[in-house]
Write a protein that binds this ligand. Structure first.
Ligand code: ADP
Ligand code: MG
Length: 629
C-alpha cells in the first residue's frame, strides 16, 4: 500500500476563492450544508445513471443515503454518501481546479471592491469551497464505484490556504465522506436542531434520505434517523400523485389553508428541461396589492435543491397570484436573482409557464363548475393588467376576460367577449362599452338609452383599471371596441332615435346658441341629441378627449391635465327641455342651464368639483318653481 503523502498546490483562482471564503463575513453561511448535500445527491444520481448504463451486470440494489454525523467532542460535522465517489485524477481536477468556465470567468472579473462585498458569495457557484466559510480544515475520503480495492481509496485534506494533501487510505464503501473541522465560532452547526432546520429549509425535497446519527444512551448504540421528507412530489408523474397529495403539497409550500383552486403540473424535456407545479389559489394573499410587493409565489429549485422563494422572474406580473414550484435542470446552483433575470433560460421558461397558466385558465373557463368565476372574482382585476403587460398573449387574455353588461342584470362579471360577439345585433359592427364610476351609475347611465331601445348590449366597466385596460384593448376578433361615452358618428347615423331634423329650425338654433353663451368655455359644443330618450341632457366626450376617470388618475399621479371639455347633448323631445326653452327671464334661464349642465356632469363623472354650488342652485329653483309653467 502506497502511503506516500503528496502535496498539491491549488490553482491560483482557487486560492483567490478560498481566501474569499475563509475571510467571509457572509451572513448566510449555512448554505454550505446545502452545497454539500447537493453534491452528495448528485453523486448518488451519477451512480444510479452509471448502473443503468452497465445493464449487463446484475447489481444488487443498495439503499441510497446521505448521512450526517455531528461530533461535539471533535468539533466536526461529517457528510457522507454512497454515491459514485472520485478517483485520484478526479479529486485533483474537481477539488483543486475550477473546471467550470462560468466560475472561472466570474473570478477573472472580480474586482477587489467586489471581493469586499460579502454578498457575492451567495451569487455564484462556489459549491464545495463554501464549506471553508465555517471550516478550519476539511478532510475528504472517497472511493470511486469502479475501484474494487478498498485500500486504493483517496484521502484529501486542506485548511484552505495554499495547498492540499493527497494520500491513499482504506475506505470500506464506495462514495464520499466530507469531514469539516469547524472554526471555533461556528459551533452552532454541531446542534442537531440547527442542522434539521437547515435541511428542512433547503433540502427537504432531495429525494435521497438524509439521515442523522443518534446515540441511544440506554443501549449505548448508534442509529440513523431520517430528517428530510425525501419526496420531491413534483418529480413524480401526475398519475402517481393523488389529489390529496397535491393539496397537501400546496399547503406545505404556501401555508395557505384556503387550498388551491386548480393546478398544472408538467415535466418538460428537451434542451432546457424543467418541471413545474403551479397552483391557482382560491384566495389572494393579503399583500397582493402592495406597491412594492415583489412576492411571487414561485419557489425555484435546481435539480431538486431549493434555491429561492419568490422567483418572480418566471412569471409576468399579472400572474403574480400563482404559487408553486419550478425545478430547472440547467441553471447553475447559487445563481443570484440579478443574474437569473438576465438569463436566457429564464426568459424561455417564463414564456412557456405563462402559456401553461393561460391554458389552465382556459380549461377552467370551459368547465361547468364555478371555478372560473371564483378565479375571476378573486384575481380578475390583477389579471386584466395582462392586456397591457403581455402583448404576445393579448388575444388569449382577452378571451379570458369576463364582463358585466347592460343586458346582464347583475354586477357579476360572467360575460365573455366571445359570447358578446355571438349575441351581437345584425347591424352591429363594434363592441360597445361604457365606463362609469361604479356599477350602479353605469347601469343607469343616460348613454345606454338608445342601446336599450335598439336592443344592443353594452359592456359596463366600472373597475378602477378598466379604462386603462381599454386603452390597450382596441380590437377583438376583428371587432373594434367603442366607448359609448364618446362620440361615434357611424352609430348615430345607423341607430338614430328618429328622423326629425332640428338643425334647420331657427327657434332651436337660437336655443342652442343661448345655452352655449350661458355655459361659455365649460362646453366645447351644444348639440341636439340623436340618442337620448329618457334623460334631458348628457355630456359626451370627443373621440380623443381624456375622460374624467383618466384625468383623475393623471391628476392623482401629480400630472397636469387640461380640463375635460365636453359636448353637451340636449334631448329636445324631453319635457324639461321644452319647458326651459320657454323661459324668458335671462337670469332664470341661466340657472336652469347650469343645473342641467351640473346634473349631466354629475351623471358622467360621479362627482362635482363644487357640489354645494349645485345644491344651492337647485334649491333656488325648487323654491321658485312657479317660474316654469
Ligand atoms: P458543482 O457541484 O457545481 O460541480 P462543487 O464545487 O460543489 O461544484 O463540486 C465540484 C465537483 O466535485 C463536483 O462537480 C463533483 O465532480 C465533485 N464532488 C463534490 N462532492 C462530491 C461527492 N460527494 N461525490 C462525488 N463527487 C463530488
Ligand atoms: Mg456542488
Amino acid at each position: 500500500m502506497n502511503k506516500k503523502i503528496e502535496k498539491h498546490q491549488f490553482q491560483s483562482e482557487i486560492k483567490q476563492l478560498l481566501h474569499l471564503m475563509i475571510h467571509s463575513l457572509y451572513s448566510n453561511k449555512e448554505i454550505f450544508l446545502r452545497e454539500l448535500i447537493s453534491n452528495a445527491s448528485d453523486a448518488i444520481d451519477k451512480l444510479r445513471f452509471n448502473l443503468l448504463l452497465s445493464k449487463n451486470e446484475i447489481k444488487k440494489k443498495e439503499k441510497e443515503y446521505i448521512r450526517i454525523i455531528l461530533n461535539k467532542s471533535k468539533n466536526t460535522i461529517t457528510i457522507s454518501d454512497n454515491g459514485i465517489g472520485m478517483n485520484k485524477i478526479e479529486i485533483i481536477e474537481n477539488l483543486g481546479t475550477i473546471a467550470r468556465s462560468g466560475t472561472k470567468k466570474f473570478l477573472k472579473n472580480l474586482s477587489p471592491d467586489q471581493i469586499k462585498n460579502n454578498q457575492l458569495i451567495g451569487k455564484f457557484g462556489v459549491g464545495f469551497y463554501s464549506a471553508f466559510m465555517v471550516a478550519k480544515e476539511i478532510t475528504v475520503k472517497t472511493r470511486h464505484m469502479q475501484e474494487n480495492n478498498p485500500d486504493n481509496s483517496i484521502f484529501w485534506r486542506s485548511n484552505g490556504s495554499e495547498e492540499y494533501l493527497i494520500n491513499t487510505i482504506y475506505k470500506e464503501e464506495h462514495g464520499t465522506e466530507v469531514e469539516i473541522l469547524l472554526k471555533d465560532n461556528e459551533k452552532e452547526f454541531l446542534e442537531e436542531w440547527k442542522i434539521r432546520n437547515i435541511i428542512n429549509k433547503y433540502s427537504d425535497h432531495i429525494t435521497i434520505p438524509i439521515e442523522i446519527q443518534e446515540y441511544n444512551t440506554k443501549n449505548k448504540t448508534f442509529s440513523w434517523k431520517q430528517i428530510n421528507k425525501a419526496k420531491a412530489l413534483w418529480t413524480f408523474q401526475k398519475s402517481q400523485i393523488t389529489k390529496k397529495e397535491y393539496k397537501d403539497f400546496y399547503y406545505d409550500i404556501t401555508k395557505d389553508t384556503n387550498g388551491p383552486l386548480a393546478w398544472t403540473h408538467n415535466h418538460i424535456e428537451g434542451t432546457q428541461p424543467y418541471i413545474n407545479l403551479l397552483y391557482i389559489p382560491k384566495k389572494s394573499s393579503w399583500n397582493i396589492w402592495e406597491q412594492d410587493n415583489k412576492n411571487n409565489g414561485i419557489k425555484l429549485y435546481i435539480k431538486k435543491t431549493y434555491i429561492m422563494d419568490d422567483a418572480s422572474c418566471f412569471l409576468p406580473n399579472y400572474l403574480r397570484f400563482i404559487k408553486g414550484i419550478l425545478d430547472a435542470e440547467n441553471l447553475p446552483l447559487n445563481i443570484s436573482r440579478e443574474i437569473l433575470q438576465e438569463n436566457s433560460i429564464t426568459k424561455k421558461i417564463k414564456l412557456s409557464l405563462t402559456k401553461r397558466v393561460l391554458n389552465l385558465l382556459h380549461i377552467l373557463s370551459n368547465k361547468k363548475e364555478k371555478k372560473y368565476q371564483i378565479f375571476w372574482k378573486e384575481f380578475g382585476t390583477i389579471f386584466k393588467e395582462g392586456i397591457a403587460e403581455d402583448t404576445t398573449n393579448r388575444e388569449k387574455i382577452a378571451n379570458l376576460l369576463r364582463f358585466t353588461s347592460m343586458k346582464n342584470n347583475s354586477h357579476e362579471s360572467i360575460l365573455s367577449l366571445n359570447e358578446y360577439i355571438k349575441n351581437m345585433h345584425e347591424n352591429q359592427e363594434k363592441i360597445y362599452f361604457l365606463i362609469a364610476e361604479n356599477y350602479e351609475s353605469a347601469k343607469t347611465s343616460p348613454h345606454l338609452e338608445i342601446f336599450q331601445k335598439n336592443n344592443i348590449d353594452v359592456l359596463l366597466l366600472s373597475n378602477r383599471i378598466d379604462e386603462w385596460m381599454m386603452n390597450y384593448l382596441t380590437e377583438f376578433k376583428n371587432k373594434k371596441f367603442q366607448s359609448i361615452n364618446k362620440i361615434d358618428n357611424e352609430f348615430e347615423k345607423k341607430f338614430k332615435k328618429n328622423n326629425k331634423n332640428y338643425n334647420e329650425n331657427p327657434e332651436i338654433k337660437n336655443f342652442l346658441e343661448n345655452i352655449q353663451n350661458t355655459l361659455k368655455e365649460k362646453v366645447e359644443k351644444v348639440t341636439i341629441s340623436d340618442r337620448l330618450i329618457h334623460s334631458p341632457a348628457a355630456l359626451i366626450a370627443n373621440k380623443n378627449t381624456l375622460s374624467p376617470h383618466m384625468a383623475k388618475l393623471f391628476t392623482a399621479a401629480g400630472q397636469k391635465v387640461p380640463p375635460v371639455k365636453y359636448i353637451l347633448e340636449i334631448n329636445i323631445d324631453h319635457d324639461l327641455i321644452k319647458k326651459i326653452m320657454n323661459i324668458q327671464d335671462k337670469h332664470n334661464f341661466k340657472n336652469w342651464i347650469n343645473l342641467l349642465f351640473d346634473q349631466s356632469l354629475l351623471s358622467e363623472q360621479g362627482s362635482l368639483d363644487n357640489p354645494n354650488h349645485f345644491i344651492k342652485n337647485m334649491n333656488k329653483l325648487l323654491i321658485n318653481n312657479e317660474n316654469i309653467k
